[in-house]
Each structure stands twice: as C-alpha cells, then as structure tokens.
Design a protein around this ligand. Structure first.
Ligand code: ZN
Length: 124
C-alpha cells in the first residue's frame, strides 16, 4: 500500500462538515487517495451511525486499490482510537482519521493501522 502523507483541505472540510451534520451521532466513511494525498470520501452502504459507534460494513465495498483507510467522528471530542477502533484499524487499510467534536481543523488526528499517531499535511 502506498504511503499517505497528506489530505486535501476540501476533503478535510467535507469530513468536518459531515461530522457536524451527524452530531451527536458518529459519521463514518472510507478514504481514497491519489499519489499519497487523501482526496475523496466514500460513504459505505450500510454504515450504521450509532450514538456510540459508526459500524463499517466494509465487506460491502468493491475492491478499490485507491482506498487507503477510514475516517470517523467522535462526538465525545476525544480523537484517540478506542479498543474497537484499534481492532478495525488493524484489519483494514493503512491510515485512519478520527475527528473530534467540535470538528474544526485542529481537532482531528491520523493513525496508522497499528494505532500510532502519524502526521498528515493539509494541502490545497
Ligand atoms: Zn472511534
């Protein structure tokens, strides 16, 4: 899997906006990247947004080699992965974003599939 080093600002804004729309429930989507930059969201059919957790129905996704990981929101404001998140991260993709309430450009983090926080540049 290609290393992801950045996210397009418009994609980040889309994530933050969708997270605000879903509040107090969680928002979840799958991330696509082009040349190491995340630039697209895919809404997974059957994703259940609960008060506690966005459950991904990842087996419903067609094979897509541009998919690099997932994003979901934490209405609690904490953007550290939970144990369930770490279990999901280890099974799918290589990079996972968590955005925390109040969902602005400083309240999110990117994690590797091993649960290590990783820097991600925001690019125009
Ligand atoms: Zn979570």
């Amino acid at each position: 899997m290609k290393r992801v080093v950045a996210i397009a600002r418009k994609t980040l804004r889309m994530i933050l906006e969708a997270s605000r729309d879903m509040y107090p429930r969680e928002f979840g989507a799958v991330l696509r990247a082009d040349q190491g930059t995340i630039d697209e969201l895919i809404l997974v059919p059957g994703t259940i947004s609960g008060k506690r957790h966005a459950l991904f129905q990842l087996h419903t996704l067609p094979t897509d080699f541009a998919v690099v990981g997932t994003v979901h929101s934490h209405p609690s404001g904490v953007f550290e992965p939970s144990d369930e998140d770490l279990a999901l991260f280890s099974k799918f993709g290589g990079i996972h974003l968590i955005v925390g309430y109040p969902y602005n450009e400083d309240t999110w983090a990117a994690w590797t599939n091993k649960g290590v926080r990783t820097p991600l540049k925001v690019v125009p």
